[in-house]
Design a protein around this ligand. Sequence first.
Ligand code: PGA
Length: 244
Amino acid sequence: MKVIGVKDYVEMCQKAKEIVVSTVRSKQKVNLGLATGSTPMGLYKDMVEDFKNNGTSYHNVTTFNLDEYVGLDGGSKQSYRYYMNTYLFDYIDIPKEHIFIPNGKAKNLEEECKRFDELIQKSGNIDLQILGIGRNGHIGFNEPGSRFDSRTHVVKLSESTRQANSRYFPSIADVPTHAITMGIQTILESRKIILLASGDSKANVISRLLTEEPSSKLPASALKHHPDVLIIADEKALQYVASK
Ligand code: PGA
């Protein structure tokens, strides 16, 4: 894992945007893996701005999102499909049929997980995967205890994750209990991975990630098994890390 330390959230997003844009411009066809949450919002804003100002085209880009809540359809404001449309897809030229997000309303969730995972593989896997990190070390919704060889599956959300995400819902009771997530193995099959971390709330988990041996207690530590992971973290997220 390589770490790039940046000053703040703005710089973190700009750095990530530069890599995304150069990847999109470097190949005929690109598969991007995308994340939701508060961390990548600024990255998407910068990508939209770049699209407007520099015309970077997403016409030949296919996207796969990490996860979706079980029980929410794309019209629900808390769904990750709604989030992606609102922050990115509605403002760039990506064809709608190139956008893949697990369907949290699928009748057969197991089938949906299998379908989604196979789609990624059939498309030739992800070229560049964007990740955030949960305070408990989750990537996607792979909570502590998740197997490193997991593929896309249904997970029960931990109470700390439901608590952290309740800020987007009227009350904690409204936060879904389950989600579909790309598995850790599915994520590790991406060619390049960028993990973004900003702010005090990520300082502890980033310090753990950089010092602990890989273990399922810290799902993000699986990234140590991948040859091309870049962590872009700001000063606050790196505050407990000795050599920045
Ligand atoms: P956040 O979530 O970006 O809202 O902090 C990150 C995550 O839970 O993966």
